[in-house]
Each structure stands twice: as structure tokens, then as C-alpha cells.
Ligand binder design. Structure first.
Ligand code: PHE
Length: 453
């Protein structure tokens, strides 16, 4: 396919919303608030913002440069720029990482659909034990989670087959504003609850006594996952950018949007939890066990409002997950479509079917197929661990080295063409980050994770 025939986003807004759609996801809504609470509230937020600026944005720009320059799927983009050297492997590695994330991410997105249905049917009320029991039974059910996983894939598939402009861009322009409206509804309802201010204080009161090496590394890892860096999602989307798209400006805008959603997510979870005296817990249990209980108790005098807020919350979580899933699906779809010379529709079906099967097996590894274990982790947990903690940092690390040390500086500099007088300064700052700061930081997260530093 020539560059001229290649699909592209139709507007600047489309570029920002689609890419922010990839970034804003489950990582923002449950992981960020928990980490902020755990690591000293505002102190963590300040460090996190520093990480996004110093490390997230340069990495994002690097993927954009590769994608836009090569105007092809991730594997081909790295291959064509690598010129026969082993650097080409980074692209294939990214596509493979994407395939694994797509499969298990859809399972969690499917859980949101179950909780949307349950809130609509008014099923989410009972004792705190009831919520724990409800989630445990649902998660282990041999049919329901698989059904919702396939359903979420069919929704994603529907968007993907309508192409870049008619599918991804159109869906992002519709879903992202809807997500913001729902987010504001839940934030306002949560902050109006009696005693909610304690939660706001918990999130914004800087507690520097908790700041240690762990906090820096936690913030780095989170910025990485949250901005979808390290697996070719941003590279694939950038291959649909036009020459007029200002890469640095877009990266900053996406970073700001993603961070705002993460902070707003904290502002909906902590005030609500504190208002009913529930200690915010971590991970899936926070979103699927603690929160339904929080909504029920917080709106005990007006249960209907509780159902509406619960519905709005799970709907926004599902929207955030779907827009991320679209970007994940697109990485492999573009790869199969261009590398195996098949139609986009066929490529999309291949990904949908393959990932539905892997997703179903992942989901069943939490219940019926619980013998599917790697080490002491279920297959589901293993996928989450190996992709988020190992494969993304590895992909990001090599991308930085590739752009910083291998690609000709002139080529990289040309991608900064629409920055006028700022161009030189910005380029050198960027290059310094990408050559030294980012690879060293990523290496540190990685080594720390395995207890080597
Ligand atoms: N950024 C997404 C989130 O915050 C997750 C994701 C990671 C999506 C990698 C695509 C690629 O949930």
C-alpha cells in the first residue's frame, strides 16, 4: 500500500481524542487512585506529573516519530527504519505484546458490562459480604464472563471494520465526550456527599513522609502503562497522522487529558469511600467489590440515585476500556492486513476470533480451568504481569534506544519541523531525555521490580 492510499485521521480533534482514548483506560480509573492513596496523595501526583513530562511525553513522541515516518503497521515501521538490523524485532515484539494485552484487557472490560447490567437491574445491593460473594461467583462462572468478553470484542470489531476515519475517529469523537460527561456526573455526586471532603484531603494532602524509591518507580511504571507506551499502539495511530500534526503538542495534550482523567477518577473514588467510612482498597476489588457497596451506602436514602451513579460509573469504565481496546485491536489488525495482504475486514475477524479465544481461556483460568497456572499465577494474572511489568518496559526501553542512538538525528529533527524558533531547543531537550533519562529510568523500574535494586 502506498503512503498516498493509506488511511488517516480527518482532523486534529480526531487525532487527540482517538489517542487519548487509547491512553485513558482501566489504568486511570482503578490503578491511579489507589497508587495516589498508597503513596502519599499529592506528593505522588506531583511525582507522577514529573514522570509524564520527563519520561512519558518523550517516549510517546518517539513512537509517534516512528509511526508517522514509516506510515505502516508497527512491525513494518520498525523493520523499514531498522534497515536489516535486529532493531526490527522491537516492532514484532510490540505486536505480540498487543495481542496478549488485547485478550486479557477485554475480560476486565467485559466485567464492566456485567456490572452495567446489574446496576440497571438493581441487583447491586446487600451486605459488604454480598458484594465480595457476587464478584467471586461471577468471576468463576463458566459462561457469563466469557459471554461479556465476546460481546466487548464484537463492539470493538464493529468500530474497527469501519476503518480509521469512519470507525476509530468517529467512535472516539462520540465516546470520549460521553466519558467526560459521565465522569463529571460521578465526581460531582461523590464530592457532594457528607464527609466527602476527607477523601479530597486524602488525595490532595501531600504526605512527603511516604516518598521513597518505591514511589518514584511506581509513578514511572504507572505513567508508562497509562499512556499506552511500549507496544506500538501509539506508533500505529501515528501512522494515520498527517504531516501537519504537531507531534510534541499532541503528546502534551494527550498527557494532560490522561492525567486529568486519572485525578478526576481519584476525586470520584476517595470522597465516596470516605463519606461512608470504607477504606479504599486496591485493584479489581476496589472497583468491583468496594465501590458497589460505597454507592449503595452513600445513597442509602435514595437508592435510585445510587443505581444511576453506579450505572454511570460502570458505563464510563466500559467506555474508557473500549476506546483502549480499539487501539489495541488496531495494532494487530493493521499488522495482519498489511503483512499478510488480506482485507481489513478479514484481518479484523482474525484478531476478534483469536483474541476472543485467548480471552475466554484467560477468563476461565480464574474459575473452571484454574489448573492453567504459570508459577503461582493464574493465566489471567500472568498475562497482566508479563505484559504490564515486563513487556511494555522492554518495548519502551528499546524504542528509546532505537530513536536516540540508531535513527539519524536529521530524520528525527525533521519531525519537529512545525516548531519554528523553539525547534532547536526542544529537539535537544527531547534527544537528551530519549538518549539518557528515559532508558535509565525504565531500566531502574525494571530492575526494581525483580528486586535487583
Ligand atoms: N493506557 C491504557 C489504560 O490506561 C492501557 C493500555 C496499555 C492500552 C497499553 C493500550 C496499550 O488502561
Amino acid at each position: 500500500m502506498t503512503q498516498l492510499e493509506r488511511a488517516s485521521f480527518g482532523s486534529k480533534l480526531g487525532v487527540i481524542l482517538a489517542t487519548a482514548g487509547s491512553a485513558v483506560g482501566l489504568g486511570n480509573v482503578w490503578r491511579f487512585p489507589y497508587m495516589a492513596g498508597e503513596y502519599g496523595g499529592a506528593a505522588f501526583i506531583v511525582i507522577y506529573v514529573g514522570c509524564v513530562l520527563l519520561f512519558g511525553i518523550p517516549c510517546m513522541v518517539s513512537e509517534f516519530i516512528i509511526g508517522r515516518h514509516a506510515a505502516s503497521n508497527t512491525a513494518r515501521a520498525y523493520r523499514s527504519l531498522a534497515g536489516g538490523t535486529p532493531w526490527a524485532a522491537i516492532g514484532y515484539f510490540g505486536v505480540f505484546t498487543g495481542l496478549l494485552i488485547t485478550s486479557y484487557y477485554a475480560v476486565v472490560a467485559g466485567w464492566c458490562l456485567q456490572y452495567i447490567a446489574a446496576s440497571l437491574l438493581g441487583q447491586l445491593h446487600g451486605s459488604p459480604e454480598f458484594f465480595a460473594e457476587y464478584f467471586a461467583t461471577f468471576e468463576k462462572d463458566p459462561f457469563k464472563p466469557v459471554f461479556w468478553t465476546v460481546a466487548i470484542f464484537l463492539i470493538t470489531h464493529y468500530v474497527i471494520i469501519h476503518g480509521v476515519r469512519g470507525g476509530i475517529e468517529k467512535a472516539s469523537k462520540l465516546l470520549m465526550p460521553a466519558l467526560f460527561v459521565l465522569l463529571l456526573i460521578v465526581v460531582v455526586s461523590a464530592c457532594l456527599l457528607p464527609g466527602a471532603f476527607e477523601g479530597v484531603k486524602f488525595l490532595f494532602k501531600p504526605d512527603f513522609s511516604k516518598v521513597g524509591g518505591d514511589v518514584f518507580l511506581g509513578a514511572l511504571g504507572q505513567s508508562f502503562y497509562s499512556l499506552s507506551i511500549g507496544m506500538g499502539c501509539l506508533c500505529t495511530y501515528a501512522s494515520y497522522f498527517s504531516r501537519q500534526t504537531n507531534l510534541m503538542k499532541s503528546a502534551v495534550q494527550i498527557g494532560v487529558l490522561d492525567t486529568s482523567v486519572a485525578i478526576l477518577a481519584g476525586l470520584m473514588i476517595f470522597p465516596a469511600a470516605f463519606s461512608v467510612g470504607i477504606n479504599p482498597d486496591s485493584g479489581p476489588s476496589l472497583v468491583f467489590i468496594t465501590l458497589p457497596n460505597v454507592f449503595q451506602q452513600a445513597f442509602a436514602s435514595l437508592p435510585v440515585v445510587g443505581y444511576v451513579v453506579g450505572f454511570a460509573f460502570y458505563a464510563l469504565l466500559a467506555l474508557a476500556a473500549i476506546t483502549s481496546l480499539i487501539s489495541l485491536h488496531e495494532v494487530t489488525t493493521a499488522f495482519i492486513h498489511e503483512e499478510m495482504h488480506t482485507t481489513r475486514k478479514r484481518a479484523a475477524w482474525t484478531v476478534t476470533i483469536l483474541c476472543s479465544v485467548i480471552g475466554a481461556v484467560c477468563s476461565l483460568s480464574l474459575g473452571k480451568l484454574d489448573f492453567l497456572k504459570i508459577g503461582d499465577r493464574s493465566l489471567f494474572d500472568f498475562f497482566d504481569f508479563i505484559t504490564g511489568q515486563v513487556m511494555l518496559p522492554v518495548g519502551g526501553f528499546f524504542t528509546c534506544l532505537f530513536v536516540g542512538w540508531y535513527l539519524p538525528h536529521k530524520m528525527v529533527r525533521d519531525e519537529f519541523s512545525n516548531w519554528g524558533t523553539l525547534r532547536g531547543k526542544l529537539f535537544h531537550t527531547y534527544l537528551f531525555c530519549i538518549k539518557f533519562v528515559c532508558p535509565i529510568c525504565i531500566l531502574m523500574i525494571f530492575l526494581h521490580q525483580f528486586g535487583w535494586i
